[in-house]
Design a protein around this ligand. Structure first.
Ligand code: PEP
Length: 245
């Protein structure tokens, strides 16, 4: 049986403040969370507020697919790493939908992250229509193939987040059974690229995780933690979720 260290990640999106960072740090420091990796992804301008914290690791929410240069407003992997990020979300559904990030662009971002020592948290998930049309497996397979078919070696350096789009920010989480089924399918698909890495990679569930549903979701055999949006903006609530993992 492969041991995968659980991870609970906070995605603050375009929210947060220095004050919230302080609250989060003191909540995390109040408890022993050694059995867990706690990842905080604040807006890039708040990375500094978590510098040198022993109770969490830091991630960015996005990065450029380019290395450096004339890309006004963008942040490169190297800049994010220098600001303290060790992880980076890639392909969050809001990036895919609102900013039209293509599979090709996302493959470039994965490459940048890995080349610069950031661990990508590669986010995938079907939308409601795709689920209703029973295309979930197909959609997940395509999103995984876009990165790992040409770069199977990236898998051992990744975290995966399964985030059904219909569950993000809606208050309607996937059921533990739905999530487990998708996670098992993801792991099976990944085994085609690298069976050892597929058994070892952490697959997080995201989509309306809160302190009430976390324990049951996170206890599923193929669910290795959570990616938490809304509920991560309350330090106490987020701490509860961490303690459920
Ligand atoms: C997310 O944005 O990654 C997310 C899962 O959001 P929420 O927890 O609010 O559904």
């Amino acid at each position: 049986m492969t041991m995968r260290k659980p991870m609970v990640a906070a995605n603050w999106k375009m929210n947060g403040s220095d004050a919230l960072a302080k609250e989060m740090l003191s909540a995390l420091a109040s408890t022993n969370l050694n059995e867990l990796d706690v990842l905080i992804c604040p807006p890039a301008t708040l990375l500094h507020a978590f510098a040198n914290s022993a109770s969490c690791v830091l991630g960015a929410q996005n990065l450029s697919e380019h290395t450096a240069g004339a890309y006004t407003g963008e942040l490169s992997a190297a800049l994010l790493a220098a600001a303290g990020a060790r992880f980076v979300l890639v392909g969050h559904s809001e990036r895919r939908t609102l900013f039209a990030e293509s599979d090709q662009a996302l493959a470039g971002k994965m490459q940048q992250a890995i080349e610069h020592g950031l661990t990508p948290v590669y986010c995938i998930g079907e939308n409601l229509q795709q689920r209703q049309q029973e295309k979930t497996g197909q959609v997940l397979a395509k999103q995984l193939a876009a990165v790992y078919a040409s770069h199977p070696e990236f898998l051992a350096k990744s975290v995966i987040a399964y985030e059904p789009v219909w569950a993000i920010g809606t208050g309607e989480a996937a059921t533990p059974e739905q999530a487990q089924q998708a996670h098992a399918a993801i792991r099976q698909q990944l085994a085609q690229y690298d069976s050892k890495a597929a058994a070892e990679v952490r697959v997080l569930y995201g989509g309306s995780v809160n302190s009430k549903n976390a324990a049951e979701l996170l206890s599923q055999p193929d669910i290795d933690g959570g990616l938490v949006g809304g509920a991560s903006l309350n330090a106490e609530e987020f701490l509860h979720i961490c303690l459920s993992a």
